[in-house]
Design a protein around this ligand. Structure first.
Ligand code: G3H
Ligand code: 13P
Ligand code: ZN
Length: 331
């Protein structure tokens, strides 16, 4: 059993309390490799933001669970070396079983998500409670989910999306004891969040997505005053990256995300964790594709992964400074 406290990590409790009081959201960025971790940490150190490093079960399989844990431990030292001891959470994204959550808790994660959103309500309650009961023995915080996002949620996928039902949230939080709640108000995973027929088009022919259901968020906040709310599927799918990808051999059709103004508005509410993965994938892919096309003789990975990492860092700083409002919140 490895305690996250010995690794220099923190759980989400204090972080979320401050974020709700301060009207901002903590960035939860997914990572699978060293360049992503470096970009996340250097961006958050430079703009003085707390951060949640997220690991999906896919990331765990890709990068090796032990390596990822040491990388998170390394992230704490890396931040200190850069001169800022920012709070860092190591979080399991979309845990789909008690066993996976337990394994992460046992090896140093400070926070886990148990995603029972696709299960019948009572089964979601029972599974979430089982994870909470285990996690809380070690002061690890737990994110539950109610409502189903469109698209694929890691290994949890659903054909039919449905919004969170505000009338269920108090019962769910009370029965499970979870520390935060992911909700469904119209966000969705990936780079194609909406079908073109769900969108309108602006004068430039760019897809404009349907607005988020802030009415549902407000109702949830009324039911659970001050309780930490989480938004998944919150990439904005910057069209400049889509354009670079598509003009350098890529084929991303009808890619569309959540407008940044909507996320900024959500961050001022009880939404205190915003998950962003796809935008980072787009930034890296755009840079790598551009370098391959512009300089076909290049074969040193540092020469294309380095610029991709720089772009990623720029993107993350922008998110903290202009979208989530988390920049400048660490003294
Ligand atoms: O919500 C899912 C995250 O973007 C992680 O994706 O399962 O491909 O690592 P992944
Ligand atoms: P995006 O696909 O919108 O980046 O969402 C990421 C996410 O929710 C990770 O859990
Ligand atoms: Zn997610």
């Amino acid at each position: 059993m490895i305690s996250y406290k010995d690794l220099g990590l923190v759980n989400t409790r204090e972080m979320f309390k401050k974020a709700i009081e301060g009207g901002y959201a903590i960035p939860a960025f997914n990572f699978n490799n060293m360049e992503q971790m470096q970009a996340i940490i250097s961006a958050c150190v430079e703009c003085s933001s707390p951060v949640i490093l997220q690991v999906s079960s896919g990331a765990r399989n890709y990068a090796n669970q032990t390596l990822l844990r040491y990388m998170a431990q390394g992230a704490v030292e890396f931040a200190k070396e850069m001169g800022k001891n920012i709070p860092i959470v190591l979080h399991l994204d979309h845990g789909n079983s008690f066993e996976l959550c337990k394994s992460c808790i046992d090896m140093g994660f400070s926070s886990v998500m148990i995603d029972g959103s696709h299960l019948p309500y009572e089964e979601n309650v029972a599974l979430t409670k089982k994870v909470v009961d285990y996690a809380h023995q070690f002061d690890v915080t737990v994110e539950g989910e109610l409502g189903v996002l469109a698209g694929v949620e890691d290994e949890v996928s659903s054909e039919v999306a449905h919004y969170t039902r505000p009338e269920e949230v108090v019962d769910f939080v009370t029965k499970t004891g979870c520390d935060s709640l992911a909700i469904s108000i119209g966000t969705s995973h990936g780079a194609n969040k909406f079908k073109p027929e769900q969108c309108t088009r602006n004068a430039d022919g760019i897809l404009v997505p349907p607005p988020l259901r802030f009415d549902i968020l407000e109702e949830i906040e009324k039911q659970l005053p001050g309780f930490p709310i989480v938004l998944h599927g919150s990439s904005s799918v910057p069209q400049e990256y889509v354009k670079i990808i598509n003009t350098h051999g890529g084929a991303l059709k009808d890619a569309v995300g959540i407008p940044e103004e909507e996320l900024r508005k959500a961050a001022k509410s009880a939404v205190c964790k915003i998950n962003i993965d796809s935008d980072g994938r787009l930034a890296m892919t755009a840079m790598v594709r551009k370098i391959f096309v512009d300089n076909p003789a290049e074969f040193d990975p540092r020469k294309y992964l380095g610029p991709a990492r720089d772009e990623l860092k720029k993107l993350y700083k922008h998110k903290c400074e202009n979208v989530l409002g988390s920049a400048g919140t660490v003294e």
